[in-house]
Design a protein around this ligand. Structure first.
Ligand code: G4P
Ligand code: NA
Ligand code: NA
Length: 194
């Protein structure tokens, strides 16, 4: 997606050989116009697939997911990372290990909002090692729902997640694919549009 690549080129800050900071439009301040265009792009890629629900994870997955939900006209369900006062019953959970933070977290959604009739699009802001995406897949499949695809805003193709998920047979649609962050430069791969 050209507009997104342009935004990454002009506003992204390469923090190291494997971390890209995009706090000006995605992870802290949010660019609503860009999010709207991201929602339209996810619609273009998944509108033929009978999606009934989007599942994401707090916090940075929510903005692009809501815009995609608006376009695809489906609800957006976000997994929680922390215990909630009100979300306590019928929880579906998965354990997610973060390589960046070296910590294990339990993510949860209520089974009330997912069942075997659902065709789910999983969306997240970044795909790195794929632990978050795998946790979301585990939860969705526990509910009996089908994972139709995984929509990612920024894929770091040089890390393991994208390749592993595709090898497992999941359809991963990433709007920007980063080949390298070496020497302070962002390298892009052509996007795969299935
Ligand atoms: P993984 O799920 O793909 O294995 O990723 P990992 O554990 O390494 O990522 C932990 C957090 O860091 C996630 O956000 C993920 O989106 C984010 N992340 C991973 N690589 C990058 C990167 O290069 N740049 C940025 N900006 N973020 C990255 P989180 O902690 O769950 O935060 P949030 O969703 O609340 O913002
Ligand atoms: Na994040
Ligand atoms: Na995230």
């Amino acid at each position: 997606m050209k507009l997104l690549e342009e935004k990454i080129r002009t506003e992204g800050i390469v923090l190291s050989n494997n971390v890209l900071k995009v706090d000006s439009f995605l992870n802290h301040q949010i660019d609503p116009f860009l999010m709207m265009e991201i929602g339209k792009e996810f619609k273009r890629r998944f509108q033929a697939n009978g999606i009934t629900k989007i599942v994401t994870i707090e916090s940075s997955g929510i903005a692009p997911s809501v815009m995609a939900g608006l376009e695809l006209e489906v609800p957006v369900l976000f997994a929680r990372k922390r215990k909630s006062l009100t979300l306590t019953n019928n929880l579906l959970t998965a354990s997610v290990y973060s390589f960046t933070k070296h910590e294990e977290n339990t993510i949860a959604i209520s089974s009330q909002f997912l069942d075997s009739s659902d065709k789910v699009l999983i969306i997240d802001d970044f795909l790195a090692n794929g632990q978050a995406a795998k946790g979301l897949i585990e939860i969705v499949e526990k509910s009996g729902a089908e994972v139709v695809g995984i929509g990612i805003v920024i894929e770091k193709s040089f890390q393991e997640g994208a390749r592993q998920l595709r090898e497992e047979g999941y359809r991963v649609e990433s709007l920007a694919r980063i080949s390298s962050l070496n020497d302070g430069e962002v390298g892009f791969l052509p996007t795969i549009n299935q």
